[in-house]
Design a protein around this ligand. Structure first.
Ligand SMILES: [Cu+2]
Length: 394
């Protein structure tokens, strides 16, 4: 409030400045005092009638979370991230059976990364046929021996103890089989260990008991907390978090979260994974991705998602009583929509964007962002300039 008085005092000196500041202050005051109203007004035009009511019910819930976890700054940040979502971003509705387990499914999930497609190919074309052939071969041999060489059919047993051809074959054949498996699988492992390109977007993932935190150091350092939604009719797992199915874009129960990890599709992303308390593991079956989250250590791996979509996973390392209740929901968006999501967060800025002046000059900031990604050495000095530009929009 003091700053408001100061701003107004300064405004008397310069009329134009005061007009802008007054507007900004008025807007921020309105936002601070009436989050429900602001949210309702900010909802996308897609679903005008249900959206405001949902927003209205969510806002008090969030207040309850903050009150419950008054000392938990992390939780409050998560709440802010959800509330701060702008009309430019609406969470994507997942496609049934894509990026999630299917009822009665027995194979691998459909893959949406180049590594996943490679791995799936090894599984389907190399491993399964070999397993089937070997199983049938061994079964046929067993049946043949049992029928042809039992005591009744073959009373006088042969005393042959060596057969050079047979010995060479049963040594060489397994060697060839193992080499045949080793070539593609070592190739896949080697490719997965290749670090992300220097200019790749970095997302930092922290496992907590029992939720995930996603930080975006290239996008203004904002953080998003991701909690599993409660199941309708089930016990309340996360107090203050809404129930799954209460928003049109909600995915399956026990996999959907309040704030998804949003990333751009069709470009390499550097995931840096750590944990705040115990060992967790970040695993998404449809993205061929699993990496341990270890306290005091950063594990890094590149993720490349072929196409936009919502992909679900779970913590894959037993980490305590609510281990089963910290799912992962990754939403891959086209670059332009990802940038819009970034800008919907307080302090969010487009990675690789150069300077405020450049942003103002380019007609389409989204196109400019990908162009500007080339000179990486200028990216660091662009930080303060772009931050000031994002302040009014936040
Ligand atoms: Cu865990």
């Amino acid at each position: 409030m003091n700053s408001g008085k100061n701003a107004r005092a300064a405004g008397r000196a310069t009329k134009t400045r005061s007009a802008i500041l007054g507007k900004t202050l008025g807007l921020s005051l309105a936002l601070a005092m009436l989050p429900q109203v602001a949210l309702a007004a900010g909802q996308p035009p897609v679903a005008p009638s249900p959206a405001p009511s949902v927003a209205a019910t969510v806002a008090p819930d969030r207040g309850a979370v903050s009150a419950l976890n008054a000392g938990n700054a992390v939780n409050q940040q998560g709440a802010t991230a959800d509330v701060a979502a702008s009309p430019a971003y609406t969470p994507m509705k997942p496609t049934e059976g894509i990026g999630m387990p299917v009822s009665g499914g027995y194979g691998l999930q459909k893959q949406f990364t180049p590594f996943g497609e490679y791995g799936h190919w090894i599984h389907d074309i190399v491993l399964m046929p070999l397993v089937a052939l070997m199983t049938i071969l061994v079964l046929v041999l067993l049946v043949w021996v049992a029928v042809r060489y039992n005591r009744r059919a073959n009373p006088i047993a042969s005393r042959t103890s060596h057969n050079t051809l047979l010995e060479v074959v049963w040594t060489l054949l397994p060697v060839l089989v193992l080499v045949g498996i080793a070539v593609p699988s070592i190739d896949l492992i080697a490719k997965q260990y290749k670090p992300a390109p220097e200019k790749a977007l970095t997302v930092k993932i922290t496992g907590n008991q029992w939720f995930w935190t996603y930080a975006y150091p290239d996008n203004g350092e904002f953080e998003v907390n991701s909690y599993m939604l409660n199941e309708p009719g089930g016990p309340v797992v996360n107090a203050g978090i809404r129930q799954v199915g209460s928003k049109p874009w909600d995915g399956p129960a026990q996999l959907e979260v309040d704030n998804r990890m949003v990333v751009p599709a069709g470009e390499p992303i550097r995931l840096q994974i750590t944990a705040a308390d115990v060992i967790h593991s970040f695993g998404i079956p449809s993205l061929w991705f699993k990496l341990d989250a270890v306290p005091g250590r950063i594990n890094e791996k590149v993720l490349f998602i072929d196409k936009p979509g919502v992909y679900y996973g779970q913590c894959s390392e037993l980490c305590g009583v609510k281990h089963a209740y910290m799912p992962i929901a990754i939403e891959a968006l086209p670059r332009a929509q990802y940038n819009a999501w970034v800008l919907s967060h307080a302090g969010g800025k487009i990675d690789g964007e150069e300077k405020l002046a450049d942003t103002m000059r380019s007609p389409a900031p989204v196109a400019g962002a990908s162009d500007a990604a080339a000179p990486s050495d200028t990216a660091s000095e662009a930080v303060p300039a772009v931050e000031t530009s994002s302040a009014p929009s936040a």
